[in-house]
Design a protein. Sequence first.
Length: 471
Amino acid sequence: MSKKNKQKSSIWGGRFKTGPSDLMQEINSSISFDKILYSEDIEGSKAHAKMLATQKIITPEDFKAIKQGLEKIHEEIAAGHFSFSVELEDIHMNIETRLSELIGEPAKRLHTARSRNDQIATDIRLYLRNQIDQLDFLLKKLQKELWKKAEKNTLTLMPGYTHLQTAQPISFGFHLAAYIEMVGRDRERFQDCRKRINESPLGAAALAGTSFPIDRHLTAKLLGFDRPMPNALDAVSSRDFALEFASAATICAIHLSRLAEEIVIWSTDRFNFIQLSDNFTTGSSIMPQKKNPDAAELVRAKPGRIMGHFTSLATILKGLPLAYGKDLQEDKEPLFDTQKTLFISIAAMTGMIEDMHINATAMRNALQRGHPTATDLADFLVVKLGKTFRDAHHISGKIVALADENKSALEDLNLADIQKIEPKLDQSVYNILKIDNACNARSSFGGTASAQVKERLKEAAVRFDLDDKEN
């Protein structure tokens, strides 16, 4: 790396005799990743310029030239015709320099009464606000696919598991409905985060506000913010909103990962509960019979990456004094990659759910193992014979042991053998041991009875607005 100093920057180089070294320029430049903010940066600059003109800080002619120039730059970048410069450090200076080339002197007045500190804080808030709006659309689409599969499978019975051991009979629709609720909470978390994002730092300047007669309420309104941030120091230095976004993204990614893990398990030949489409599976380079659930496995892995970004952001902010430090330049890459990683994970999961084939027979056959109606037997002993639950649990356990010895299901046991353990049991016990009856017996609110599942799905469709035409 060359140690030769370059020409000083015309942007901030007034008090410097020479420019930065190549190494300093490389570590200092952020244009390679913050150019993604070009649209938000231009949007913020147009609002700032309009406010300056309204407050008579710049002339209407200057504002018109600035606005037209910024719109031209937006077209150039969007079309891929813009040449980004590392020497100009960041997206702000790249745009401002190009604006000077296009309109001359008026461009130099755009930065009046603002700093790159409040400018970048505004850009990131606008960016995250936009991403959350897109995230809500994607998560809602995932919920819709889960809802459609759940609604069609309220009578498709499968084992419910605890410790990945057969526990009680449930429906596949009931199982998927749990993820509808989890994704719903993810949407709520992002929307709650959006409320704190939607405050405007613009006009806070470097850290202490400005002596120019600006109108921060106007710029906040123009940019769709709820209000200007009331403390200029906090406005430029806070990144808790970014940390909150990363936290919500981490929780969301964990939910996706849990579902991905179940998809991996369900698609194995040992379970065979589902088959994934060719769109979301891959083959093996050596084993021609393989159909690997790679999309699910990758979604399962992504939380590690997103959690790492959350930790990175938390570490950057920890112990950072107010107001602005160059450390905050390191907030963008974790944020941008978090957004990108979460978006593709949601899209992949939505596609897998949409294309998924359900093997109802395999699910039902799995209920013949593990004695999933043992709890129903214990409950029956309480209701029918007046046993305490602990005594009923003990009796039921003995009957389960008998079934294991006979290598049979509970409902296939001989009544005479059952009565050796509990003489008061009669033929009616077999109704309790039937899988369908056991599933539908749990009719408490939120239970697995088909009527309950259908009713809760109807409520979820309304609560999460899943029956709209857009999805």
